[in-house]
Design a protein around this ligand. Structure first.
Ligand code: HEM
Length: 105
């Protein structure tokens, strides 16, 4: 399968210490990630972003997300997200499919 939501859900375990997604998702260390695709960087209400993330002037789509999650600090220098990244393209595709389930708030 090109994109495997259940594999993506396992990959999401790498994110959930800092992020929530789904019904009732709250901001934690990082912003909640409902409706990520199509929204602008730094747009979650009530979350205190770094100026780097807030000012990145990027709209999240699949391609930008894939670049970002491979190496967050390369895509958004100065981000306060401390995460080494996911290097495997298939894992990124699966994680994307998982996150897209929550494309509406
Ligand atoms: C920001 C995704 C793992 C902490 C973000 C943003 C995305 C994202 C898309 C930008 C949100 C926006 O612009 O609204 C992910 C994914 C992860 C992951 C998919 C797992 C694969 C983590 C982990 C941590 C973390 C493990 C904590 C150790 C943060 C923080 C921000 C952030 C603090 C805000 C950055 C800033 O304002 O500079 N994350 N993240 N994330 N994430 Fe993550």
């Amino acid at each position: 399968k090109a994109q495997d939501v259940s594999a993506g859900e396992r990959s999401w375990n790498k994110c959930r210490a800092c992020h929530q997604v789904g019904e009732g998702a709250k901001n934690l260390v990082g912003p909640q990630l409902n409706g990520l695709f199509g929204r602008h960087t730094g747009a979650v209400e009530g979350y205190s972003y770094s100026t780097a993330n807030k000012g990145a002037n990027i709209t999240w789509d699949e391609a930008v997300f894939a670049e970002y999650i491979k190496d967050p600090k390369a895509k958004i220098p100065g981000t306060k997200m401390v995460f080494a990244g996911i290097k495997n393209d298939k894992e990124i595709a699966d994680l994307t499919a998982f996150l897209k389930q929550f494309d509406k708030d």
